[in-house]
Design a binder for this molecule. Structure first.
Ligand code: ZN
Ligand code: MN
Length: 129
């Protein structure tokens, strides 16, 4: 409980269950995945609670929303800057923690001051090969 105090969202047992499920989770779950997992312990939890909690966490900068899966938004509790590898068959998403030196010349940046980048790599995962 203590470690979540800085989140500045009201902690209910349901929200805590969502936070616990997300902590250290590397699967980049969708709201539906999270709903399925947490309703095992909280059968009365609504999908809206899950979705609203994810939105609150996202707005506070505690989870990243990934839009790289065309079928559904995926959530990533790892808010460090990193890249992703996505399976074009099953949409599994894996992390890539590596700095890539990508340079954009001034004629491409349109006056933007660049602060970062996120690269999506596409491929076929081990189990889909
Ligand atoms: Zn796959
Ligand atoms: Mn990630």
């Amino acid at each position: 409980m203590e470690k979540y105090r800085s989140l500045q969202i009201k902690l209910t047992p349901q929200r805590l269950a969502i936070l616990n499920y997300l902590e250290g989770n590397k699967c980049h779950p969708s709201a539906e995945d999270i709903y399925k997992a947490v309703t095992k312990h909280f059968p009365t939890m609504s999908f809206a609670t899950v979705y609203n909690t994810l939105e609150a966490l996202k707005n506070k900068g505690n989870v990243q929303e990934l839009k790289i899966d065309p079928n559904k938004k995926r959530y990533d509790p790892d808010i460090s800057r990193h890249h992703h590898l996505i399976c074009i068959k099953c949409n599994e998403i894996a992390d890539i923690h590596k700095e890539f030196k990508v340079e954009l010349s001034e004629d491409l940046t349109a006056g933007f001051h660049l602060v970062g980048n996120a690269i999506e790599f596409y491929g076929v995962c081990q189990s889909c090969k």
